[in-house]
Design a protein around this ligand. Structure first.
Ligand code: TRP
Length: 363
């Protein structure tokens, strides 16, 4: 069986380092293993519109921003198709058929949708399109017959719901869809990177993000003002690692080699943590180290972005070609789905002949 990756992001803003450790970094690694037969990376503009109805311009702008972030992180159009969801009409058609396989009660139980409804204060005025976006996400995944969906933990309920749809479809109409598996980040820190203020989630509205496109000075300023352990006041005080954002970021970003290069007094993160716990290690020193590590990771991304920014027509070309390749694949799946559902009326001469014979023999 072919190994196929599908994943994506809503284009509601530039991507930040939470996206990077939660999913982007992994995608690039997976892409470069060469183990996957096909890779599809989706800019989910139609999904973004489900809760940005009155702000299409924001989505339009951020398609380019997200594409630039992808390319600068190392997604390579020669290996990965980067596509725009709304340009693949097959996805909406699949969604419509899958809707018959899902109950309202099941959608109401989806934990991610539940939280989002609360966050957006939709209460009794939930747009139908928003409410059903998990079904459309199942279409995104199955249209490409994805075997592997590398995403953050918050997407787990979506993949679970997709698996149920695949199971139900295949059981009802015959095996036309591939059962996908989720691929979560390797470590807990990468699973959900907190904001620079220590808030559980990095989000634009909280102003606690470090963006992949931030310049060197902004990254430095954000790191130097990060939330640490509020009880660690004097350098000599013992400090806490748990809930200390600077250490969470180091967990997500730093490697042993970084010590040799930027902080040779220690060999690895465990030694640094031990010293911090004992007392005698100041926040500023740890933050300066984190800044060096981050600049080391973000520097090359920033440099590549600057190059791609000079050639926006190229970026659009990448998106157009990626969308075309994606549509071809989705069309194949849609045909298989329609055949399985027995709604492929014009596909076979056989069907026409059968009816012809039935009526012509009736004298
Ligand atoms: N829901 C995802 C997010 O909010 C974006 C997305 C849309 C997606 N379709 C997808 C992710 C399919 C993985 C697979 O980031």
């Amino acid at each position: 069986m072919k190994k196929i990756i599908l994943t994506g992001d809503r284009p509601t803003g530039r991507l930040h380092i939470g996206h990077y450790v939660g999913s982007l970094r992994r995608r690039v690694e997976l892409q470069n293993t060469g183990e996957y037969d096909e890779i599809y990376i989706m800019i989910a503009d139609a999904q973004a519109l489900t809760d940005n109805v009155d702000n299409p311009e924001k989505i339009r702008t951020n398609i380019v921003e997200v594409a630039l972030d992808y390319l600068s992180c190392g997604l390579d159009p020669a290996k990965s198709n980067i596509l725009i969801q709304s340009q693949i009409p097959e996805l909406t058609e699949l969604t419509f058929y899958y809707m018959n396989l899902v109950t309202v009660a099941r959608l109401q139980r989806n934990p991610t949708v539940k939280t989002e409804i609360q966050m957006r204060k939709f209460e009794n005025s939930i747009p139908v399109g928003f409410f059903t976006y998990p079904i459309s996400q199942a279409a995104d995944i199955t249209a490409f017959q994805a075997t592997t969906v590398p995403v953050g933990e918050d997407q787990e309920p979506m993949i679970e719901q997709t698996r149920e749809i695949v199971h139900k479809f295949n059981a009802t109409y015959g095996e036309a869809l591939t059962m996908p598996s989720i691929l979560l980040p390797e470590n807990a820190a990468s699973m959900r990177l907190p904001g620079t203020d220590g808030h559980a989630k990095m989000s634009k509205s909280l102003g606690n993000c470090i963006y992949l496109s931030d310049d060197e000075e902004s990254v430095r300023k954000k790191v130097m003002s990060m939330y640490t352990d509020p009880g660690h006041i004097k350098v000599t005080d013992p400090g806490k690692i748990e809930g200390n954002t600077v250490f969470t970021y180091l967990d997500a970003f730093c490697r042993d080699e970084d010590f040799a290069e930027f902080l040779p007094d220690y060999h690895n993160l465990d030694e640094l943590k031990d010293h911090y716990r004992r007392g005698g290690l100041g926040d500023v020193k740890v933050k300066k180290f984190l800044n060096k590590v981050l600049q080391d990771r973000l520097g090359p991304i920033r440099a590549r972005r600057a190059e791609f920014e000079k050639d926006i027509p190229y970026v659009y070309e990448v998106l157009r070609k990626g969308s075309e390749a994606a549509e071809e694949k989705a069309a194949q799946t849609l045909s298989a789905v329609k055949a399985a559902m027995r709604i492929n009326y014009f596909d076979s001469e056989e069907l026409i002949r059968t009816w012809q014979n039935r009526y012509s023999t009736e004298e």
